[in-house]
Design a protein around this ligand. Structure first.
Ligand SMILES: C[S@@+](CC[C@H](N)C(=O)[O-])C[C@H]1O[C@@H](n2cnc3c(N)ncnc32)[C@H](O)[C@@H]1O
Length: 334
């Protein structure tokens, strides 16, 4: 079955935010420690003036690491970041003043697929991709990598792993959304109560709400639902995770939006529901892109069939947690 993928529009929407990485926690600055070590090792092998292209760059996390390396080690690098989303890292990260000089030296190209980069033949010394290459069509992506790399050029990848903490977290996230929306229908419960409360317009009608049986019943059902959600949240590795953010946001109709009209409250509920849905689609996409050992075998075979030599295949751990597969390849000089 063909895996459902997020569209470039959905990713463009995602990247219209001011975070460098896809994770709000723990990488609120940029990927560090074992991630940075992996990438810095790749950059250390480049000659002065080398051309590096980061595939599926998002807001440019790996290109930024390359730029920092270049500055710290006095090694000139020509840096390009491509993504099929309409990215604008310099604009989106405008508030991060420290990043602006780094971003200024990177050329970002949005609306560009890994499978059809538009780059010249044999024009790249190093192709990088973190949590990106596995979203592309493998046949097209491997052929394109082979085309654009110089003979002797290299490719380094960090790929989603079916057993990683990231993927487990995505599965938990899917479970949380399923519980809140399908099982508890929390947005519908809040909307039903808001609608009944909205029917009380005059001060007398509002006072009468306290003894309104319909309102009372909806309130009780909502509270029972919230209790079950709270209990359920304890079974997750991160009880303060998605449920802990999205549900309180929904309940703002009873606090921050208390004085707002019903239409505005219902709009807030629809917006939160849309955020629930977008999160669910992204987590399903992520979990679906994760590679099993057999899938990595198949990818390696595909690279080898295209003439690549696998230098190293391993896994990446960050502070003791499994974060993904690593794959380092060379396109040999013919
Ligand atoms: C999880 S994000 C990773 C972003 C970045 N590399 C990082 O590590 O923060 C995945 C990115 O892949 C991009 N993407 C997915 N499929 C793609 C394709 N076929 N060609 C180019 N980019 C793609 C998405 O737009 C998204 O920005």
């Amino acid at each position: 079955m063909k895996q459902h993928r997020l569209t470039s529009d959905q990713w463009s929407q995602f990247w219209s935010r001011d975070t460098v990485t896809t994770f709000v926690r723990p990488f609120d600055g940029n990927y560090d420690e074992e991630f940075a070590d992996f990438w810095n090792t790749q950059f250390s092998r480049l000659a002065d003036g080398a051309r590096v292209v980061d595939l599926a760059t998002g807001n440019g996390a790996i290109a930024l690491l390359a730029q920092s390396y270049s500055i710290e080690h006095g090694k000139a690098l020509e840096l390009v970041g491509i993504d099929y989303a309409e990215i604008d890292p310099a604009g989106m990260l405008a508030a991060h003043e420290n990043l602006q000089p780094l971003l200024a030296g990177i050329e970002f190209r949005g609306g560009v697929r890994i499978e059809a980069t538009g780059l010249d033949d044999a024009s790249v010394d190093l192709l990088t991709s973190q949590y990106g290459f596995e979203y592309a069509d493998a046949i097209g992506a491997v052929a394109e990598a082979s085309r654009v790399l110089k003979p002797g050029g290299r490719m380094a990848l960090i790929l989603h792993h079916v057993g990683s903490t990231v993927v487990e977290h995505a599965r938990e996230g899917l479970d949380q959304v399923q519980f809140c929306l399908q099982k508890e229908e929390i947005d519908k419960r809040v909307a039903a109560l808001v609608t009944v409360m909205g029917e009380a317009v005059t001060p007398e009608q509002r006072r009468a709400l306290k003894s309104n049986r319909k309102a009372e019943s909806l309130r009780k059902k909502l509270n029972a639902s919230l209790t079950r959600i709270k209990q359920r949240s304890q079974k997750y590795t991160d009880p303060e995770g998605f449920m802990g953010v999205m549900v309180p946001n929904l309940l703002k109709v009873f606090s921050d939006y208390k004085e707002a009209g019903t239409a505005q409250k219902l709009k807030h509920i629809r917006d939160v529901r849309a955020a629930f849905d977008a999160y669910r689609e992204r987590m399903a996409d992520l979990a679906g892109a994760a590679l099993s050992p057999a899938m990595v075998d198949a990818l390696v075979e595909r690279f080898e069939a295209a003439g690549f030599v696998v230098e190293k295949r391993g896994s990446l751990h960050y502070k003791g947690s499994l974060m993904g597969w690593t794959l380092e390849l060379e396109k040999p000089v013919a």
